[in-house]
Design a protein around this ligand. Structure first.
Ligand SMILES: [Zn+2]
Length: 518
């Protein structure tokens, strides 16, 4: 791995995932969010930018409090135990986050209180009475018209009727400013459909939001400054993680370097909170607003929403244990559309693994290095020009990375893999070896360069495998300078290469699914 740049003038790049609610175990949707953010973080490190990548866990709320009570645990014991599962997931998927923020961290709590105070000082927090229907499952007030037969449509339970003293945040005051930021792309929401969606939600204006709960109602949360009878509701507690994780409490060097965030990467269900409430909070506190909000879709399993009762829940740990992190990362980035819904099932997983990784990519690498060893003892004999529009592929790749279309970026690398395999088939090195060694040396150079560039492009997606692949090139496999690494002709004549092991061994499919042999 190339470390983040030490150059003090390097561009900074701060990317966050949402924080996962620790009331349950990590699911494949959060795994995808981590992998998407990790691919971007790795790519920006390769560009020699100064990168800070943050993920973490959301650990307060009534659901946590009640679940812990049911389990005879203190809430802290429960969140400690569950947060560890999410940390384990980052390890399992080879995620390179620089920090893991937890909303029970003291530095987070003090930072959340600080932004609250700033907002209060600006006159944007006021006391009011809230009366309404409240669904414990949703942890939200719901309105009559959203009920189905008097019950929450999601939780199939009747809501509780609640009247309580709350603090409110004057979000309405910032509506026009928020709309303006999004409309003008100063806050870019990707994809376009999500931008339109949030602009519709903002419509004529955003309402003020209830911002706290009486402690008697919600004993597990961050205390409101100067009012020990109230705790923060989820907005100020959870959303503020994006600044508290980089040192907002003391406004240290890390905070000064990395805020505002370049990217908040989130799921489509929490867009309105990020593009609405959070932006309003920042404006109120006099802080700069993030540059991009990237929104991904949901993952189904076998075409259905995952649920314990159907028994189709995909466990990311199980897949990593069975197939390793790279194939799981690959499936999530290549098979699931980056900003749309997609499906995760084992049959398709094995099919993608077999066709893209084992047969196309892995096989190309193995063949090229084997042939070069056989014909030239692993040496680079002679430089040769490219027969393939590398610049065009790289441009397509970089466009995908820049516009949050990771799938398109992967596909551009796949184009190179196909080109490499085609070059082998058409030029037939095993025939040239008998007739034209000079031509053979040129073909081998072209193949080695194509494979090297594929290895560079695939590094953010398949980091473990590409590290092994690029190590076969020795010095020239290092990615010190992105522009150099992706341009043709880096391999020098006389270089000695080392053949490696098979990167993606074929997986025997279960007997029932194997085609009978002729
Ligand atoms: Zn509900």
């Amino acid at each position: 791995m190339t470390p983040s740049s030490n150059n003090p003038h390097a561009k900074s790049y701060f990317i966050t995932t949402s924080i996962a609610y620790v009331n349950s175990v990590p699911h494949i949707g959060f795994a995808m969010e981590l992998v998407q953010a990790d691919a971007l973080a790795r790519y920006h490190r390769l560009l020699n930018e100064k990168v800070f990548f943050e993920t973490g866990t959301d650990e307060h709320g009534i659901k946590i409090y009640r679940t812990a009570a049911d389990l005879n645990m203190t809430p802290q014991e429960m969140v400690d135990k569950n947060a560890q599962r999410f940390k384990d997931l980052t390890g399992a998927l080879n995620i390179t986050n620089d920090y893991f923020v937890r909303t029970t961290d003291l530095s987070h709590q003090r930072g959340a209180q600080k932004i609250w105070q700033k907002m209060a000082d600006n006159g944007d927090i006021y006391k009011g009475t809230y009366e309404g229907l409240y669904c414990v499952g949703c942890e939200a007030y719901i309105v009559e018209k959203d009920l189905v037969d008097g019950m929450c449509a999601i939780h199939k339970k009747p809501p509780e009727c609640i009247k309580e003293d709350n603090y409110f945040f004057r979000l309405s005051k910032y509506s026009a400013q928020i709309r303006d930021l999004i409309q003008s792309d100063r806050l870019r929401v990707e994809p376009e459909a999500r931008k339109n969606e949030i602009l519709n939600i903002i419509g004529e204006g955003l309402p003020d939001v209830s911002f706290s709960r009486p402690k008697a109602m919600l004993p597990w949360g961050v205390e409101v400054p100067n009012d020990p009878t109230q705790v923060m509701y989820v907005w100020c507690d959870a959303l503020s993680n994006y600044i508290t994780g980089i040192g907002y409490e003391e406004e240290n060097e890390i905070f000064k370097t990395f805020w505002p965030a370049n990217v908040h990467l989130i799921g489509k269900d929490i867009l309105r909170f990020h593009a609405g409430v959070w932006i309003g909070m920042l404006l109120s506190a006099g802080l700069r607003t993030p540059q991009n909000i990237y929104v991904h879709g949901f993952i189904t399993s076998g075409g259905q929403k995952m649920s314990k009762s159907i028994g189709n829940v995909v466990d990311p740990f199980g897949y990593v244990e069975k197939y390793g992190p790279d194939p799981v990362r690959y499936y999530l980035l290549r098979e699931i559309p980056t900003t749309d819904d997609g499906d995760f099932n084992e049959e398709r997983f094995l099919s993608v693994y077999g066709s893209d990784l084992a047969n196309s990519f892995g096989n190309l690498v193995y063949r090229v290095f084997s042939m070069n060893e056989k014909y030239f003892g692993g040496k680079v004999v002679k430089k040769a020009p490219s027969t393939f529009p590398i610049e065009e592929v790289v441009a397509q790749y970089q466009k995908g990375m820049g516009e949050f279309d990771l799938k398109a970026a992967v596909e551009s690398a796949l184009r190179l893999i196909a080109a490499g395999n085609e070059h082998v088939e058409l030029s037939k090195p095993w025939v040239l070896a008998k007739s034209d060694m000079e031509k053979l040396s040129e073909v081998m150079y072209q193949l080695l360069e194509i494979v090297r560039i594929i290895g560079v492009l695939m590094t953010p997606f398949l980091p473990g495998s590409c590290e092994k692949l690029l190590a076969q090139y020795g010095e020239k496999g290092r990615i010190d300078d992105w522009a150099c690494a992706v341009s043709w002709g880096q391999l020098e004549e006389g270089a000695q290469l080392v053949k490696g092991e098979i990167l993606f061994p074929r997986i025997e499919e279960p007997a029932a699914k194997t085609e009978p042999r002729a």
